[in-house]
Design a protein around this ligand. Structure first.
Ligand code: F0G
Length: 393
């Protein structure tokens, strides 16, 4: 597998930290350009992206019993997911090498991001997505930004396999996270949160895991942050999978002896992946950070999502796997009460309007969590009666 290798500058990181503090780039990816792709900063295809908030919410600290819980909300990116950070770098590189066309297989967020950045770069784009398994919001974005979208009669793993074969044959530039430039951009989630924490490494970074590109990128970012003197100790990574799509968690439980792919099923369609492409690099990331991999059930994901939504923060279901995982690790005693824990929210609440309908609509899949709309007559008496009894917070 190809990787981008950087040579750390001499010194203890003080000068680099000072340069980063001064940088006024509108992009939270290209601000870290010298740790990402130094030669491309001036020609970046940028919307711009990054600069996402690090939030603390007392309701969610209480829900997880972790006082030092913070949420890094990647749903604040231009297309509503963390994928924009890797896409700006990979699309910049595709443009530099004169790619004729770009393509990805996707559960929806990568395709939305690919489409938006390809439009900006002026490069034709193809997206292969599993028919009927991509949320309305993501499919709408991919179409609207102009990618030629192929609805494939198969799952994500099939889409990726087919695309790898066809793109090699036809010379179409592949922009899945096996593309090393994607990982370079995704590293900046870690750099940015470390900068927001004034370069004090947290104890844990917890993230949802599907195809494992992000887990791999986080491991590389932590290695480099140490090598460049930005931090002096490694945060531990916790990668969280959905129970019905958890080949990485199963391999971790067997000390990574092998990867057995699975037929993936989960309500968190973004991480409905059974044969993760970046497995080897993700194993290295977990090992080098003394990390853990776990799975959470769909019911746990739903409960976490509703807690995040009700805190006024909101996210798509896959993102909530991180909070569900943090809560589980705390209740199992792996995360300690005073630990500083960063949970990554990977995508925006509006990415998946369908699940909101299913939770809050007339026939709820989780009645205890539902906030159904109240149909009322157009009369002052009816409105008055309602306003007299506010909902609970
Ligand atoms: N969260 C969200 C919202 C995602 O869209 C994805 C992956 C992940 C987490 C998992 O990240 O694959 O790097 O382990 N989405 C890909 C896509 C597969 O096509 O949009 P990962």
């Amino acid at each position: 597998m190809l990787a981008v290798i950087h040579t750390p500058p001499r010194g203890d990181g003080t000068a680099l930290r000072a340069r980063l503090a001064e940088d006024r780039s509108p992009s939270g990816v290209w601000r870290f350009g010298e740790l990402v792709l130094p030669s491309a900063v001036a020609v970046a295809v940028s919307h711009p992206e990054g600069n996402t908030p690090l939030l603390s919410r007392s309701a969610l600290s209480a829900w997880t019993s972790i006082d030092g819980l913070r949420l890094k909300h990647e749903g604040h990116n231009p297309t509503g997911s963390f994928k924009d950070r890797g896409m700006t770098v990979a699309m910049t590189q595709a443009k530099r090498i004169g790619a004729r066309a770009v393509a990805c297989a996707s559960t929806g967020n990568t395709s939305a991001s690919l489409a938006a950045y390809a439009a900006h770069a002026g490069i034709p784009a193809f997206a292969l997505v599993p028919d009927g398994q991509v949320t309305t919001g993501k499919l709408a974005q991919t179409l609207a930004y102009g990618a030629r979208t192929l609805l494939v009669d198969g799952d994500f793993d099939t889409c990726l396999r087919l695309l790898q074969e066809a793109s090699a044959e036809l010379g179409v530039h592949l922009l899945n996270s096996i593309n090393p430039f994607r990982l370079e951009g995704q590293k900046t989630i870690v750099f940015e949160l470390l900068q927001q924490l004034e370069w004090q490494a947290p104890d844990w970074i917890v993230l949802p895991a599907g195809n494992l590109g992000n887990t791999a990128a986080f491991g590389k970012a932590i290695d480099e942050a140490i090598a460049w003197g930005l931090i002096d100790r490694r945060p531990r990574l916790a990668a969280v999978q959905a129970a019905g799509a958890a080949p990485f968690a199963a391999a971790f439980a067997r000390n990574f002896d092998r990867l057995d792919s699975v037929q993936a099923t989960t309500i968190a369609s973004a991480i409905r992946i059974g044969a993760p492409a970046s497995y080897q690099r993700a194993v290295r990331a977990i090992r080098s950070t003394n990390g853990v991999v776990l799975s959470v059930t769909d019911a746990e994901i739903l409960a976490a999502k509703v807690a995040i939504d009700r805190a006024g923060v909101g996210c798509e279901p896959a993102s909530a796997a991180s909070l569900a995982g943090a809560r589980k690790l705390r209740s199992d005693g792996v995360i300690q009460p005073k630990d500083v824990v960063i949970a990554i929210l990977t995508g925006h609440i509006l990415k998946d309007p369908g699940i909101l309908q299913e939770i809050h609509g007339p026939v709820s899949i989780a009645p205890a969590l539902a906030n159904p709309p109240v149909r009322v007559a157009a009369s002052i008496a009816a409105i008055r009666a309602q306003l007299k009894s506010p909902p609970s917070c």
